[in-house]
Design a protein around this ligand. Structure first.
Ligand SMILES: Cc1cc2nc3c(=O)[nH]c(=O)nc-3n(C[C@H](O)[C@H](O)[C@H](O)COP(=O)(O)O)c2cc1C
Length: 259
């Protein structure tokens, strides 16, 4: 069995899920960072038995780089396809919307599941976070068992006019503007390194944001000086910084490599 999982992650929850799935899926599993394919017009996927997408929920949708990737995949044959979305308990119809997007691009979703993890946007309390992190392995194991047995989920396939790469791309930058406080910034450049979108450049020792933000919040959470903040009336900048305890900044930065 050959399995390919495309993942997107900012604070590591989705990467840990992807790794757990790889541990429990039958056969060999290759993890590929969705952000690595941003410049590709067409992505030819070699024959595989299982194709998976693992990503965080952003406002009941997948992150736009995942929409971007999915629209460009050229599959050979018909692998079994699954989508696992990590969320802070209100993932809503994210995977139904994503299944619709896949269908428009000729890919049928077979299995979906949401896994509740610590929230990296709205804060969740520490005790709950620890429980969610501890339970993640079990939920991934169950999902992998379902995938191994080729279980067929009921996928509603919701759609909406804004259920597009562009729709999701335009949505969050309108409400979340990332900034760095020059008095706190220590010019380490970690924000630029962990940005999966390569959207941050260091100019005169300070981050400058470009136009391909995915609103993933990696820069906010990984900044060692807590200099990055979000200019938004919806967001509490006083919340604690978070990243999954088993994931390093290097692993987040690895998403920046481009083929
Ligand atoms: C911009 C943004 C929007 C989010 N929207 C939702 C949401 O609508 N529902 C939800 O349950 N979690 C939401 N979250 C929380 C993340 O989906 C969740 O914490 C996820 O596990 C983070 O994954 P990662 O560590 O792989 O980046 C949002 C996070 C961000 C950054």
């Amino acid at each position: 069995m050959k399995n390919i999982i495309y993942y997107f992650t900012a604070t590591g929850n989705s990467l840990v899920c992807a790794k757990n799935l790889a541990k429990y899926l039958d056969g060999e599993t290759e993890l590929r960072a969705a952000a690595n394919y941003l410049e590709a017009e067409e992505i030819t996927v070699e024959p595989c038995d299982t194709l998976g997408f693992v990503f965080p929920v952003y406002g009941e949708r997948a992150p736009w780089p995942v929409y971007h990737l999915a629209a460009r995949l050229k599959l050979s044959g018909q692998p079994y396809v699954f989508g696992i979305a990590t969320c802070n308990d209100r993932g809503g119809s994210c995977l139904d919307f994503f299944a619709s997007w896949l269908k428009k691009h000729g890919i049928e979703m077979n299995y979906t599941r949401k896994i509740t993890m610590p929230g990296n946007c709205m804060a969740t309390n520490e005790a709950e976070n620890a429980e969610r992190i501890a339970d993640c392995d079990m939920f991934c194991h169950r999902s992998a068992d379902n995938i191994n047995s080729r279980f067929q989920s009921t996928v509603e396939g919701f759609d909406a006019p804004e259920n597009t790469e562009e729709g999701q791309r335009e949505r969050f930058p309108k409400i979340f503007v990332f900034k760095s406080d020059p008095d706190k910034c220590v010019s380490c450049g970690l924000c630029a390194q962990v940005c999966p979108m390569k959207n941050i450049t260091m100019t005169d020792g300070h981050p400058v944001y470009g136009s391909t933000c995915a609103s993933c919040m990696a820069c906010f959470h990984w900044c060692p000086a807590e200099a990055v903040y979000i200019d938004s009336k919806f967001f509490n900048n006083g919340r604690s910084r978070y990243h999954h305890p088993d994931v390093s900044a290097d692993e987040i930065a690895a998403q920046q490599k481009r083929f």
